[in-house]
Design a protein around this ligand. Structure first.
Ligand code: PRP
Ligand code: MN
Ligand code: MG
Length: 179
């Protein structure tokens, strides 16, 4: 598995330091608001669990899984809810936690859904951003790292469901996904 990685972009120490910085900032900004922190499965599961451990305020967590469908491509902009929240967001300060924003379609759909359900506020924290690939006008409120337009895996991010368990983020060798 490690031999499939061309280059490590951020090692475990760098990721953990950034996650802690974000968690401290979020703790200050959400103090007294009991946010509902939403993990967007599957990619965000590692970031989410590390992030909430660095947060020092009362909060609640929930999980949501979405998938794009139609032409099996995300460019359709059609997103489907695979697993919905257990919690009502009505009147809540919601914090969406994502691993990465690419085209922005997943998040723009999610934000729309949560606003239509009358969340009091919807805030987005993403660990990674690939602004070069954006097709909708969308920016996270909190971003860890901006990435080049390369195929990256690890720390929750997959290629064909693999590599999510790598504790760092790295660029996948082209021969792996060109196979
Ligand atoms: C990935 C990633 C984000 C989304 C970003 O999820 O985790 O959720 O794509 O892409 P976008 O900005 O173009 O919508 P994916 O759909 O691969 O599911 P996964 O999290 O289960 O890997
Ligand atoms: Mn995802
Ligand atoms: Mg994926």
């Amino acid at each position: 598995m490690l031999s499939d990685i061309q280059e490590v972009l951020y090692d475990e120490g760098k990721l953990q330091a950034k996650v802690k910085e974000l968690g401290e900032q979020l703790s200050r900004d959400f103090e007294g608001r009991n946010p509902l922190v939403i993990c967007v499965l599957k990619g965000a599961f590692i970031f989410m669990s590390d992030l909430v451990k660095t947060m020092t305020i009362p909060l609640e967590i929930d999980f949501m899984a979405v998938s794009s469908y139609g032409q099996s491509t995300k460019s359709s902009g059609v997103v489907k809810i695979i697993k919905d929240l257990d919690t009502s967001v009505e009147g809540r300060d919601v914090l969406i936690v994502e691993d990465i924003i690419d085209s922005g379609l997943t998040l723009s759909y999610l934000i729309d859904v949560l606003e239509r359900r009358n969340a009091k506020s919807v805030t987005v924290a993403t660990l990674f951003d690939k602004p070069a690939r954006r097709t909708v006008d969308l920016q996270a409120d909190y971003t860890g790292f901006t990435l080049p337009d390369e195929f990256v895996v690890g720390y929750g991010l997959d290629f064909a469901e693999k590599y999510r368990n790598l504790p760092f983020i790295g660029i996948l060798k082209p021969e792996v996904y060109e196979k």
